[in-house]
Structure formats: C-alpha cells, structure tokens
Ligand binder design. Structure first.
Ligand code: ACM
Ligand code: ZN
Length: 787
C-alpha cells in the first residue's frame, strides 16, 4: 500500500513544480555513495539570512555548525549565524541540526539529511553522524563551495531538495601516512586529514618512526630528536642508490613533530571525527633508534640513520636486553599520553632475525623463556609490549607478522602481505584490518609506469582499488565480524613532497572510501567514475594535486547469450575520452574505429587500443592477441582456486580468448599460489576436439615457475574421462630469463567431447637454491585454447 500511495502522489505533482528543479543537482554525485538518496523537487537557498540552529549549550554542535559556516565563508559566501534553539526561532530559511534524540533510527555514525524548500534538517545519533551529514550537505552544494574567497563574493547558494539516509558499512575506515622515509610538515598532515574527513573516513594511521627518521618528540630521550630524526641529505639521488652518511657529514634532512604539534594535530583530527593511531615500530624498522642509542642493539653498533634504502632489516632492537623494554615503555608512556586512541600500533613487520641468532643475550632469553626459536622470540617481544599497553587500558595493532610465533592475546592484526593474515586472525577470534598490498598500497603505480613518476613498483589502478572487497569470502558470518574495515597505505620512500603525496593518495583513497562506507550492493564502477567528475571539480578548487589516473585501456571479452556472439569489451578509467581500436594488426590512430559499444568477434586478431584525449594517444596503447577457439566464452569450474592477487578476468579468464604478454602484471595472467590449476571446461555440447594448447610463464625472480606436468583428458558426461594425456615439463627452473612455455597436446584423432579436464601441477614450494626456498611458488597461465 505504501508503494501504491507514493506512486499516486508522484502523479499528482504539478508540472510547474518540476520546472523549478534546477538543471544541475549534485545529489547523485556524492562520494562515498549514500545508502539512499531521493531527489525531490524544489530548492533551498542559503543567503545571509540563513541560520544554523543547534541545541542549547551544545559545544560539539557549535563546532560542527561552525565547520560548515566557515567553509562557506572561506569560499566568499555569507557568514552564517549559529543560533541555539529556544523554540521561538523561525522555521524558515534555517538549517536545523540535531544529535542524539534517540528518534532518528540512524546507527551510531549514520545521519539523515532532508533538504526542503524552507529548511534543511540533519539528524544523527552522534557528533560523527552529524559531521557526516554536514559533509554530504557540502557535497550537495556547488563545487565552488571549495573555491577560495579571493575569487569574489557569493550572495547565495542553491541546493536542490533531497532526502538522504546513510550510515557506514565498516567501523574502521583508514588512511596511513609514512612520515619517516620523508618528513612532511604539520600543515600537510592537517590537509591530509581534511581529505580523509571529506570522504567520511575515520582513522589516520600515523607511521611516526622507521629506519630513516624518528618523528615524534619524546622528552625522556633527547637523542631521538637530536640524532634519530636526521640523516645526511641525499635527496637528489635515487632512493636505492644513496650512500650511507659519513662521520663528519652534517645530518640535515629530517625533522620531528613537537608534542605541542602532535596535540594540536590530534585535536584537529578529533574535531573531524578522525582517531589518530600512532605507530611506533619495533623490533625492526628501528635502526634510527640504534643510531641514537646503540646500546639497544645486539651488536653495539655504531649505526647511522640511513639516507635511503635500508634492507634487509638486520639491525633491530635486542630482545634479550631489559633496558630495551624500559626504553619502549617510557616512549609508549609519552605516546599514550598524547594520543587518546584505543589502539597503539607497534609495527612488528619485516624483522630480520639474523642478529638475534648470534646474540648471547637474545639466545639467553630464548632459553630462559623456553622459546622454540627467533620467531617465538619476536612473539615474546610483542606480547611483553602488549602487556604494558593493556595495563594502560589500550590495545595493540601490529602488522601481520605478529601472527608468527604466536599472536599476543588481545592483538588486532593489520593484514598487508595479502589477506591471509586477516583471515587467520579472524578465524582465531581476533579483529583484523585489511590493507593488502595489491589493493591498498598507494605507493604503487596507478598508471603506465613509462609516463608516471618513479614508484616503488606494483600496479594498483583506481579501478583495482574500487574493486576491493574487504571481507574475504571464505570467512563465516561469525568470523567476518572481526574484519573491522580497510585502510590505504602511503609509504613514502619514493614520495618526497606533499604535492607528490597528494598525487599518489588521490583519487585512490576516494575509491577506498566508498569501498569501506557504501553497501557492497551499490558498488558500480561506471557510476563511480561519473560521480568522480564532480569530485575532481572540488579537488581542483582545493588545489589538490590529484592523479589524472590511468589512460590504459582494459581489454575484456564477454559472451552475449542472446545474440550468441563473443564480444570485445573495452573499458578505461576515463569516462569521456575517445577510445580507438583496431583488430587488423594496424597501429591505433585517431582515424581508427571509435569504440562506442562491445564489438562482435569472429576470428583471431590483435587488439590494439588506446585513449586519445586532445587527439593524442595517451600512454602506450594496449596490444593483446585474441584467439578465436572452441572454448571461448565457455564456462570453467575450478577444483582449486586461483589467487585473488592474480585473478585476471576471474572465472572467465581462461576462456576469454585473450593471451597475456611477457609482463606477469599485465592483468591477463591468472596465478595459482602453492596449489595446482585443476579445472573443467564445459563446451556446452559434444563437439570434435583436436588439440588443447596452453602457455605457462616462467619468471623465477618473481617466484613464478612452470608446472611439473600438465594433464589433459576428455569426457562426454563430465563423469567418465578418457583420452588421458600428459605433457611433462622439461625446462630447468633455474633459467633466469622470463619466458612463456607452451604445453600443447594434439589428440590422435579428433574426438567427440563436451568436457575438457585440465590439471597443471604446481611444483608446490620454491626450490632449495631459490631465494624463496620452502615458500609456496606460483604457476601462471592465461588461456586454455581448444581446437
Ligand atoms: C609493510 O609494508 N612493511 C607493513
Ligand atoms: Zn640481542
């Protein structure tokens, strides 16, 4: 009945009303996408008579209202009055704010926002919810609300009427910044916080200490500021080629935040509903501490603060020396006094235990505590620190290495080496925050490396970030509750300036903000790209040095079941840039066919495609061989899964007709980590099969090996298999060039079959001579070609 009624009402809306609707509404451009947005007719106008109404004597609401009013005033708009409700105030031309009435049914960080012609109403159950309502209200206003006032004064702003109801999907929505590898001024940290707040994220993980510099004032240990915070300036040299500082050379690159600055930033963040989680690294990534206090090492030193790359992480804090724990507890006491965060991040990653193996004190500790090995010694270290932190009513977070040797009883795990750490933690009943490298490391390349500033590696496009699903599918509902959310990490080895940090963080952090805020069901890449156009206008006014993103074309195929055709599907991150392609081997030019819709494919070819903003090919065009064969578009079932790190096109990757290039990161290789490829292709009906052809990649420096054997067999019913054959590998795994190896098989006669079973045996573990000895190795393939 409800629905029927609203349809009737809709039909009754007079046409004249609709004419009042402004041509441009930003209600459908909000990022992260709200749960529900209902655009209404009419507009509300903010002018110098508009007031913000808050509850009597409520300082928090006062601050939130001022946040909004100040933003408008900074943009040259009227300076709105904030008034306390008396019951007698006007009901027209007002923005009514309310918190905690218990009547809004909005969850704790949620809000309801209603814009009608005479008033705006934002209701929430908490200050955070109200603040997010204000952020959405700013997004409903024209982009010029972010334009500095120097460009003139604005008499009034119009907002189209709308009703929004919204709350976040995950409680932990984070961004990280490494201020050790390069030092960033306090002013930039605040600007970074502004961006985090603008997109309704609520955690800032401040990576304050690492090998290249200690960045927080600790009163009890002055040498941290005098020595550990500085290194010899080799900023002009590439990160991996910087010489160590020499005795007598002035250590003049670096800096640290004073405790006053830290308090100021903590408050600044809190006013924007962002909790700052400080990270103090231990036991590794701490050679800068040893440069100041060599007595905390296993070897005695001396040490210098590294000017660039420091790897492997050999010189780490001695776990056998009680004064190391006294030092850390003293440091943490000052840190805890500065940061109200429930969580203190204690690092725990990438500790090379070589020195512990030969240190008499570390070995004595292992013996005295009855520990098995150095992994358990690390666990002892973390557990001892956890005990101290818990005694101060706080909790630890550590990188996923803290799982090794036994997890501290109340620890939360930050899963960065993939998602396995998060899965393991959740299964043990511990909370986890997901930050897997291949989706959440924003120090990776985001577009063609050939046209980008030097980055640490990887290839994590905006689209890839947007596709991230933080809750691993293999968890039960109960276990999944432990996935608190996700975080984007900005490590700064290759990021020297604030402008470059913005370039790497934005817009990928905005994609992640939607991943962690919006319902999974509303995720829509096409829609997101269109909403981002409005966001870019705002970011431009804010002078944010955002990345223009990847101009690389993504090549896919799809089956059109209705037309019974295989279609070539091209896609990019750039919604309005002309995309041209060829299939005949000719280079792509502006005169080549313009891509407007999926294209029928009926034969082999080479897909060449590129984006042409301003008539010029941007980045290298893609070039992908396309094989038209019997299994193209046919369904594949997997007995063992491909890795989420190298999914290529997922379950359609092995029959999409697309072959990969020599680059294992080209997005066309499907990877299997430690397990076999074991699949069955259903050809849909019995047909004559002559041969099966597959390529595998060898790139042993990237731990990718050929399968030991590939087995093929055929079946009519999917139960009884015959024509069993195998193609063994005869190539040495030691060859260190990168190459593709065919594993082709031709059946004696053309054989009728509906099902093709393929099994490629993974060698399992990297061989003994390899740097990854004993660790799971990869096999990579791109297509199962059936003729
Ligand atoms: C990390 O990236 N070492 C946590
Ligand atoms: Zn030691």
């Amino acid at each position: 009945m409800h629905r029927f009624l609203s349809i009737c009402l809709l039909m009754l809306i007079p046409l004249a009303f609709q004419a009042n609707t402004p041509a441009v509404s930003t209600a459908n451009s909000i990022v992260p996408k709200p749960i529900s947005v209902k655009v209404k007719t009419g507009t509300f106008t903010i002018n110098d008579q508009t007031s913000l109404v808050i509850s009597q004597g409520n300082k928090e609401m006062q601050r939130i209202a001022r946040f909004f009013a100040d933003q408008l005033h900074l943009a040259g708009g009227p300076d709105l009055k904030v008034v306390e409700a008396t019951g007698a105030e006007k009901s027209s031309n007002v923005i009514l704010l309310s918190i905690g009435t218990g009547k809004t049914d909005a969850p704790s960080e949620g809000y309801r926002l209603k814009v009608s012609p005479h008033q705006v109403k934002i209701t929430a159950e908490s200050g955070a919810g109200l603040f997010y309502g204000i952020q959405s209200l700013l997004q409903l206003m024209p982009a010029e609300v972010y334009k500095p006032a120097s460009s003139g004064t604005v008499k009034s702003w119009s907002i189209s009427c709308v009703e929004i109801s919204d709350h976040p999907r995950y409680p932990y929505r984070g961004m990280h910044l490494d201020v050790s590898r390069h030092f960033f001024p306090a002013s930039f940290v605040k600007r970074y916080i502004d961006l985090i707040a603008m997109y309704k994220m609520n955690r800032f993980h401040w990576h304050l200490t690492d090998d290249n510099g200690w960045r927080i004032e600790i009163k009890k240990y002055p040498k941290l500021m005098q020595t550990a915070a500085w290194h010899v300036d080799h900023e002009d040299l590439p990160w991996n080629e910087r010489p160590a500082g020499q005795t007598g050379e002035k250590a003049n690159y670096g800096g640290y935040y004073t405790q006053d600055e830290v308090r100021d930033i903590v408050q600044y963040a809190a006013d924007r509903y962002i909790t700052i989680i400080p990270e103090i690294e231990m036991p590794a990534h701490s050679v800068e501490v040893l440069a100041a206090y060599p007595q905390f090492s296993c070897t005695g030193g001396p040490f210098k603060v590294p000017t660039g790359s420091y790897w492997p992480n050999l010189d780490i804090l001695c776990a056998g020396n009680d004064s190391v724990f006294t030092f850390m507890e003293d440091v943490l006491t000052e840190v805890i006094a500065l940061f109200p965060s429930q969580y203190i991040h204690i690092g725990g990653d990438e500790a090379d235990k070589t020195n512990w193996k030969s240190c008499p004190r570390c070995q004595a500790r292992i013996k005295a505590e009855g520990l098995k090995d150095e992994k358990e010694l690390q666990s002892y270290f973390i557990k001892r620190i956890e005990k101290f932190i818990v005694s101060k009513n706080r909790k630890i977070i550590g990188w996923d290495e803290i799982l090794e040797g036994g997890l501290a009883p109340e620890a939360t795990v930050m899963s960065w080496r993939g998602v396995e750490g998060g899965i393991a933690a959740a299964r043990m009943g511990h909370d986890a925050i997901m930050t897997p490298g291949s989706y959440c490391y924003f120090d990776h390349y985001q577009a063609d490396p050939a046209s980008e500033p030097k980055a640490i590696g990887g290839f994590t496009t905006l689209k890839k970030v947007y596709s991230y699903e933080p809750t691993p599918g293999e968890l039960t509902k109960e276990e999944a509750r432990h996935i608190l959310g996700a975080q984007g990490n900005l490590w700064t080895e290759f990021i020297q300036t604030p402008a470059h940090a913005e370039y790497m963080a934005v817009p990928r952090m905005i994609a992640l903000s939607e991943v962690v805020w919006s319902p999974k069901s509303s995720r829509n890449w096409l829609d997101f790209r269109h909403r981002m156009k409005e966001q870019f206008r705002r970011l431009k006014f804010m002078n944010v040095n955002y990345s223009k993103g990847s101009f690389r074309v993504a090549v896919n195929t799809a089956v059109d079941r209705k037309e019974k055709m295989i279609k070539l599907v091209l896609d990019s991150e750039q919604p309005d840039v002309p995309l041209h392609y060829t299939l005949d081997g000719n280079d792509v030019k502006t005169g080549s066919p313009l891509y407007t819709a999926p294209v029928n494919i009926t034969k082999n070819g080479i897909v060449k495609a590129g984006l042409f903003p301003d008539g010029q090919l941007q980045e290298k065009g893609v070039e992908t061989p396309l094989i038209y064969h019997l299994a193209i578009g046919k369904s594949v079932s997997y007995a063992s899964p491909f890795s989420y790190r190298y999914p290529a096109a997922g379950e359609s990757a092995l029959t999409d007709g697309l072959r990969a290039t020599i680059d294992h990161q080209d997005g066309l290789w499907q990877g299997f980590l430690g397990n076999d490829l074991d699949v069955v292709i259903d050809l849909g009906e019995e047909i004559l099969v002559n041969s099966v052809q597959m390529n595998f990649l060898q790139n042993q420096k990237s731990w990718i090996f050929l399968p030991t054997v590939v087995e093929y067999s055929l079946s009519s019913d999917g139960k009884k298999y015959h024509s069993f054959n195998e193609v063994p590998n005869t190539i040495s795994p030691k060859i260190d060039q990168v190459f593709m190896q065919p594993f082709n098989f031709q059946f004696m006669t053309r054989t009728r079959a509906r099902y093709v079973h393929v099994k490629a045996k993974n060698p399992g573990k990297c061989p003994a001579w390899h740097e990854g000895a004993g660790e799971p190795c990869w096999i990579f393939t791109d297509e199962i070609v059936v003729f």
